[in-house]
Design a protein around this ligand. Structure first.
Ligand code: SF4
Length: 185
């Protein structure tokens, strides 16, 4: 299986989720949000194609990363490859975030035709959903560009069958840092 990426894996991001994360920048997006910051990632023929096994190998060799973040572009336009990598990363114990221009509710609908969308949700810890809306842009927001976008706690959302958001207090960041410290002692 192949995946089309906009860039090589970035292994040191601190702005795409909690902790130090490796970002998988997928190529291809049809949402066309005005003022998108990554217009070069829209072309479905742009970027470069990689064998999925090559990307798995890179994930396997990551050291001291808190998690993997799928971004783009929109990873859901390559749902099969994203699912395969999410499964693999999860099997290695990585925490997984995914950014998408689709809404969580859209994904449930798309899952009626292609169950891989629903299966992908099972491997995600956080989904950052929704298009970027310039009128709602706010530089103070945590890990997203506009206030319509949601940081969805996917395991809890699946468990309770209603959208559960990640609280944005300092406490949640603090508790995450403590957890991270315990992990690497
Ligand atoms: S979903 Fe993301 S990559 Fe796609 S157009 Fe919107 S902001 Fe840009």
């Amino acid at each position: 299986m192949k995946i089309r990426l906009a860039a090589p894996l970035q292994s040191d991001s601190v702005v795409d989720g909690f902790g130090i994360r490796t970002v998988i920048w997928t190529q291809g997006c049809a949402h066309n949000c005005p003022f998108c910051q990554n217009p070069q990632t829209h072309d479905f023929n742009g970027g470069c194609e990689f064998d999925i096994e090559e990307i798995k190998e890179e994930i396997k060799n990551l050291k001291k990363q808190d998690g993997i973040t799928f971004s783009g572009g929109d990873p859901l336009f390559q749902v099969d490859a994203t699912l395969e990598l999410a499964k693999y990363a999860k099997s290695l114990g990585f925490n997984i975030w995914c950014y998408t221009g689709f809404l969580y509710e859209d994904i449930l609908d798309m899952g009626k035709k292609n169950p891989h969308y629903l299966e992908l949700l099972e491997y995600l810890d956080v989904l950052v959903d929704g298009k970027f809306e310039n009128a709602l842009k706010d530089l103070n927001l945590l890990f997203r560009g506009s206030s319509n976008q949601r940081l969805i706690d996917v395991p809890k959302t699946l468990k309770y069958h209603k959208i559960v958001l990640i609280p944005e207090s300092d406490n949640i960041i603090g508790s995450f840092k403590e957890k991270k410290t315990e992990l690497y002692i």
